[in-house]
Design a protein around this ligand. Structure first.
Ligand code: TGC
Ligand code: FAD
Length: 386
C-alpha cells in the first residue's frame, strides 16, 4: 500500500491482514481482466460469490447475520483495495453492504434480518437501492414522486427510480416511496414481483464495469411484511448514504494510489530531451501533489473510521471526507493522464479509466457542491441548499 507517512502503523494486525488478503486476491483474480471488462461495459458477475467468500460484503456488520464483523477501518481498507482496481467494483460492494444490508440491519425486523442478511453477505443474492428519481437526485425528499398506497395487508408501489447501481442484476431492491401522508418508507421489493422492471442504462462513459439501471414500478404489490418497520422519514435513507459515503472516502484513495504509482513508473522510463521526464520540476510537482493528497486523505479516512467505531461520527464529518478525497483523487487521475501523454488516452493504462469513473463518484452519493452546502450549513447555521 502506498503509505508515505507509515499510517499503516495505526492499523491493528487484523486490519493489516484484511487488507493484505484483499489485495492478494484482487491482484490475482481481478486486476488482470478489469480493462477488458470496463471496455466491454461488463460487470464481472461471476465474482459476486467470491466477494462474499472473501468477506467483502457488508463486512462491518455483525457476524450473527453472516457478515465478517470487522472494524470500520478494516471495512474501509476493503473499499480501498476494491477501488484500487475499479470504482465499479467498489460501487457494487458499497451498494450491497452500505445501501442494502445496512438499511435492513438498521430499519428491518428481526425476520427480515435473518432472511436477507446472510444471503446478501454471501453474495447468494444481489441488492439495489432506489432513492434517486429522474427529476433530480440532490433533493431526494422534495423530488420523490414514487408512491406507496396501503391496500389491506399490502402496499401498492408506483414510480420510477433512475441511475440505480446493480438494478438489472438484483434479486431485491430497497425502494423508497412516500405514503399517503407524505412519510418516506423503505420497502424490500423482490425484483420478480409483477409490475417491477429494471431496464439497464447503456452508453455510459464512466463506471462501465458496473450495472446502472432504471427501476420502473407499475402497481407493484408488496406485502406489509416487506416494509422496513423502522423507516418513516428522509432520515432513514440519508443515514444509509452516510455508510456508503464513508466507504467512498476510503475507496477513492485506492484509485489515487493506482494512478500515482502508474504515473511515477512511467515518468522514470519516459525519456525526452535526453532525460527521464521524472527529472523535470513540472512532472515532480504533479507527483508530489498526488502523494500529498493521498497521505492527507489516508489520515482523514483513518480518523473517520476511529470516530465511526467510537460512535462520535456525524454525517457532516463524512461529507467532508467524501467531498475532499473524491475531488483530490479525480484531480490526481487527470494529472496522471497528463503525465502519460498520448499513452494516457488508452485503457492500456489505468489513468483514464479511473479518471472517467471518478467523474461519477464526484457526482453520486451527493455531488461535490451538495457536500459543500451541507458543510456550509453546518458551520454557519445558514441553509444555502434551498
Ligand atoms: P435534511 O433536513 O438535511 O435531513 C433530514 C433529516 O435527516 C438527517 N440527515 C442525515 N442523517 C444521517 N445521515 C445523513 N447523511 C443525513 N443527512 C441529513 C437530518 O439531520 C434530518 O434529521 P431530523 O431528525 O432533523 O429530521 O434534509 P434535506 O431535504 O434538507 O436534505 C438535503 C441533503 C442535501 C442533505 C440531502 O438530501 C442529500 O444528501 N442529497 C444528496 C443525495 C444523495 O447523496 N443521493 C445518493 C443516492 S444513492 C447513490 O448515489 C448510490 S451510488 C452507489 C455507490 O454508493 O457506490
Ligand atoms: P441534480 O440533483 O439534478 O443536480 C444537477 C447539478 O445541480 C449538480 O451539479 C448539483 O451539484 C447542482 N445542484 C443541485 N442542487 C443544487 C443547489 N441547491 N445548489 C447548487 N447546486 C445544486 N442513486 C441511487 O439512489 N441509487 C444508486 O444506486 C445510484 N447509483 C448511481 C450510479 C451512477 C453511475 C450514477 C451516475 C448515479 C447514481 N445514483 C444513484 C444517482 C446519484 O446519487 C445522483 O446522480 C446524484 O445524487 C445527483 O443527482 P442528479 O444527477 O439528479 O443531479
Amino acid at each position: 500500500m502506498l503509505d508515505y507517512y507509515q499510517v499503516t502503523e495505526l492499523f491493528s494486525p487484523e486490519e493489516r491482514q484484511v487488507q493484505a488478503a484483499a489485495r492478494k486476491f484482487l491482484d490475482a483474480e481481478v486486476m488482470p481482466h478489469i480493462r477488458d471488462w470496463w471496455e466491454r461495459g461488463e460487470f464481472p458477475r461471476h465474482l459476486v460469490r467470491a466477494f462474499g467468500e472473501m468477506g467483502f460484503l457488508g463486512s462491518n456488520l455483525p457476524e450473527e447475520y453472516g457478515a465478517a464483523g470487522v472494524s470500520a477501518n478494516a471495512y474501509g481498507l476493503i473499499m480501498y483495495e476494491l477501488e484500487r482496481v475499479d470504482s465499479g467494483l467498489r460501487s457494487f460492494a458499497s451498494v450491497q453492504g452500505a445501501l442494502v444490508m445496512y438499511p435492513i440491519y438498521a430499519y428491518g425486523s428481526e425476520e427480515q434480518k435473518r432472511e436477507y442478511l446472510p444471503k446478501l453477505a454471501a453474495g447468494e443474492i444481489v441488492g439495489a437501492f432506489g432513492l434517486t428519481e429522474p427529476d433530480g437526485g440532490s433533493d431526494p425528499g422534495g423530488n420523490m414522486k414514487t408512491k406507496a398506497v396501503k391496500d389491506g395487508d399490502h402496499y401498492v408501489l408506483n414510480g420510477t427510480k433512475m441511475w440505480i447501481t446493480n438494478g438489472s442484476i438484483a434479486q431485491i431492491a430497497i425502494v423508497w416511496a412516500k405514503d399517503e401522508e407524505g412519510k418516506i418508507l423503505g420497502f424490500i421489493v423482490p425484483t420478480d414481483t409483477p409490475g417491477f422492471s429494471a431496464p439497464e442504462i447503456h452508453h455510459k462513459m464512466s463506471l462501465r464495469a458496473s450495472v446502472t439501471s432504471e427501476l420502473v414500478l407499475e402497481d407493484v404489490r408488496v406485502h406489509k411484511d416487506q416494509l422496513l418497520p423502522g423507516s418513516g422519514s428522509l432520515r432513514a435513507p440519508l443515514s444509509c448514504l452516510t455508510q456508503a459515503r464513508y466507504g467512498i472516502a476510503w475507496g477513492v484513495l485506492g484509485a489515487l494510489e493506482a494512478v500515482y504509482t502508474e504515473a511515477l513508473e512511467f515518468s522514470k522510463s519516459r525519456i525526452t530531451f535526453g532525460r527521464p521526464i521524472a527529472a523535470r520540476q513540472l512532472i515532480q510537482d504533479k507527483l508530489v501533489y498526488m502523494l500529498s493528497e493521498h497521505t492527507k486523505g489516508l489520515l482523514l479516512a483513518w480518523k473517520l473510521g476511529k470516530m465511526k467505531d467510537a460512535g462520535t461520527l456525524k454525517h457532516t464529518h463524512v461529507s467532508l471526507a467524501k467531498r475532499n478525497n473524491v475531488r483530490v483523487a479525480l484531480k490526481s487521475a487527470r494529472l496522471a493522464r497528463e503525465i502519460l501523454g498520448a499513452n494516457g488516452i488508452t485503457v492500456e493504462y489505468h489513468a483514464i479509466r479511473h479518471m472517467l469513473n471518478l467523474e461519477t463518484v464526484d457526482t453520486y452519493e451527493g455531488t461535490h457542491d451538495i457536500h459543500t452546502l451541507i458543510l456550509g450549513r453546518d458551520v454557519t447555521g445558514e441553509n444555502a441548499l434551498t
